[in-house]
Design a protein around this ligand. Structure first.
Ligand code: AP5
Length: 222
């Protein structure tokens, strides 16, 4: 039996993890699991975990490993994850990476690749401050780099309700980048040592990054 694929997208805030994960999801039939989206859903639902996470997320820090690992492990057990997953924004600490290794070992799975999106920090504030998301289907947009149709219409579902994230402020982006370099960037070496690291130049235009990403994923999955 073929094992379900497990891909990890690594990269700082604004690198394009969500944008590329959605494209890979459509192309390869894998499910995008974004811990940021799962946490925002928990905040919106007012769960105990969501209440604890909210202040940390608003300040641009990392939510506790315990909360994030619990949310992610639960979601990975869902039926739709059986064909494979793209982890977007998880793991973000060595503790989370080790927990993922344990979780996959217990189900006979393994990581096919950890793809690092290489970008310059200096471009990330512009990317993040221009971002909007369709409230209808979750498609992501950018005022300059990927504008919605007619200025406010989602190309995918036609909704005109586009939202901006509470943590997409310049001062919070600085904290998020700091957290990335201190706690998440060391995972590049972690996955290099595990022999599963791939790197992509994510400073190129979205279509070019997507083409490079598809090539890498096709090689990995074939
Ligand atoms: P999360 O939601 O994961 O946010 P993030 O990692 O900060 O990443 P972003 O969603 O900001 O960026 P992205 O890389 O997905 O870029 P996107 O594709 O949208 O996490 C939010 C918070 O939740 C964290 O700060 C933390 O508090 C908490 N959290 C989440 N996971 C956690 C974990 N595992 N542990 C602990 N805490 C956790 O692109 C950005 C913009 O740029 C878009 O507008 C897009 O259209 C545009 N764009 C994309 N690619 C390009 C390109 N190539 N050229 C030009 N523009 C582009």
């Amino acid at each position: 039996m073929t094992r379900p694929a497990v891909l990890i997208l690594l990269g700082p805030p604004g690198a394009g993890k969500g944008t590329q994960a959605r494209l890979l999801q459509d192309r390869f039939g894998l499910v995008q699991l974004s811990t940021g989206d799962l946490l925002r859903a928990a905040v919106a639902a007012g769960t105990a975990a969501g209440k604890q996470a909210k202040a940390v997320m608003d300040a641009g820090g990392l939510v506790s490993d315990e909360i994030v690992i619990a949310i992610l492990s639960d979601r990975m057990r869902d039926e739709d994850c059986r064909n494979g997953v793209i982890l977007d924004g998880f793991p973000r600490t060595t503790v989370q990476a080790e927990a993922l290794d344990g979780l996959l070992a217990s189900t006979g799975q393994r990581i096919n690749a950890a793809i690092s999106l290489e970008v310059d920090d200096s471009a990330m504030v512009e990317r993040i401050s221009g971002r909007s998301t369709c409230a209808g289907c979750g498609e992501g947009y950018h005022d300059t780099f990927k504008p919605p149709q007619d200025g406010n219409r989602c190309v995918k579902c036609g909704s005109t309700e586009l939202t901006r994230r509470a943590d997409d402020r310049a001062e919070t982006v600085a904290s998020r980048l700091e957290a990335y370099h201190a706690q998440t960037a060391p995972l590049i070496a972690y996955y290099e040592a595990a022999g599963v690291l791939r790197s992509i130049n994510a400073m190129a235009q979205i279509d070019k990054v997507s083409g490079d990403m598809t090539e890498v994923v096709e090689t990995i999955l074939n």
